[in-house]
Design a binder for this molecule. Structure first.
Ligand SMILES: [Zn+2]
Length: 398
């Protein structure tokens, strides 16, 4: 075989193939945990803690069984706090029970509660999210996929992963929060709704949050319904999806949600949070706090002393539009602590109820597996994904 210019590439391909075979098991997949208030974390599905073996407790409510893993167990911290741990877990179970009642579906979900934080030096009170495949297109998150299909999409990963920062003062009772106290039930319902898939992957430049670290135009079932209200244009379209308007649209305060049920429930297309400057983690993933009417859960912030525990019709409409078609609040009580009641106002360890921020605004790209030493492997993985992407099932774009 005569030498030609393709030889070096062919040799690289051969070496790459051998190395990939050594590095990645055949069914390995890179998935991403997307938490609006924490950022993106990539995982190799073959390198995850085994959820079933770690499950700390199980809760069955309104047709859904939640297998809950508490990383705090045995530490006397956070959800294992000797005086408040029971009430904190009861609040989480109360929030999950409420959500199960609203979405009115059957199935099983694995919920991972990561090691708690205790840091009032950061604005994030809590974060939660679900997992997404890393391919080009619009995708549902793992929570919806498992509820909808009955099949766990990413074996080895939970469907919802969450974390609470106890560095602030939280109300852990069924009573309303006092002045300067954040309401835990309100916070948890908000965060877990991100865990249902109420989240955007649109970055400030209009590309996907996955674009730089993973090279894919991956977007969500919320993103597909976002549009510019003036001269109506969907923000994203095409295959792979790309920004259809201008980057200025993302900070123009003129974005709305095109879901038919949310629009019907609200009376018009509900406004999406799109401030200037772009607020990573808050922009696109919430209702427009300043203009949305009513008191929906999915505003981007909540002040201390305020209780916001129950979905507004616009919240439920959005869940229906994103695929939870049985969702309804008819006959559904507000969330309460499930195991105890009337304990009075709980106290966090912090004394600093700072900004009226529900769950923080930081959004940084985080990569637990892709450190500098993994750069070469990263290139190999990218090659694999490029070859795979035509075979990946995708939702049709708008
Ligand atoms: Zn949020």
């Amino acid at each position: 075989m005569p030498f030609n210019r393709s030889m070096p590439l062919f040799a690289i391909f051969l070496v790459t193939s051998v190395l990939v075979g050594l590095v990645l098991p055949a069914n390995a997949e890179i998935v991403a945990l997307v938490e609006p208030h924490n950022g993106i974390t990539y995982y190799d599905t073959d390198n995850m803690p085994k959820q079933a073996a770690m499950a700390s407790s199980s809760l069955t409510a309104h047709g859904i069984t939640f297998n809950i893993t508490y990383a705090d167990n045995g530490t006397n911290l956070g959800f294992d706090d000797p005086s408040e741990g029971t009430a904190r877990k009861a609040a989480l179970e109360g929030a999950l029970t409420y959500i199960a009642d609203v979405i009115n579906a059957t199935g099983t979900l694995d919920v991972e509660v990561r090691t708690s934080l205790d840091n009032n030096g950061i604005s994030t009170l809590a974060s939660a999210g679900t997992f997404y495949t890393t391919s080009n297109g619009f995708f549902d998150g793992a929570t919806f996929i498992r509820i909808n299909s009955g099949t766990k999409p990413f074996p080895g990963t939970p469907e919802i992963s969450m974390q609470v920062n106890w560095g602030y003062s939280f109300n852990v009772s069924n009573d309303p929060p006092g002045a300067g106290i954040f309401d835990l039930l309100s916070l948890l319902v908000h965060e877990l709704t991100h865990g249902l898939g109420f989240t955007s992957l649109i970055k400030s430049d209009g590309t996907s949050e996955f674009q730089i670290d993973h090279g894919t135009a991956t977007f969500t079932s919320l993103d597909i319904l976002l549009f510019r209200r003036t001269t109506p244009t969907y923000l994203l379209a095409g295959n792979p999806p790309s920004l259809q308007g201008n980057v200025a649209d993302l900070i123009g305060g003129d974005i709305a949600f095109d879901g038919s049920t949310a629009t019907s429930n609200y009376g018009s297309a509900p406004p999406i949070y799109a401030p200037n400057p772009y607020s990573g983690g808050s922009s696109m993933s919430h209702w427009d706090t300043g203009t949305i009417v009513g008191n929906p859960i999915m505003k981007h912030s909540i002040p201390p002393g305020v209780s916001r525990r129950t979905y507004a019709p616009v919240d439920v409409g959005a869940l229906i539009d994103m695929g939870y078609t049985n969702a309804s609040t008819a006959g559904v009580p507000s969330p309460t602590l499930t195991a105890i009641s009337g304990e009075g106002e709980g106290e966090g360890e912090g004394e600093k109820p700072k900004d009226p921020v529900a769950c923080g605004v930081a959004s940084s790209m985080e990569s637990t597996l892709w450190g500098d030493g993994m750069m070469f492997v990263g290139v190999l993985l990218l090659l694999i994904h490029l070859s795979r992407r035509n075979n990946q099932a995708q939702r049709a774009s708008a």
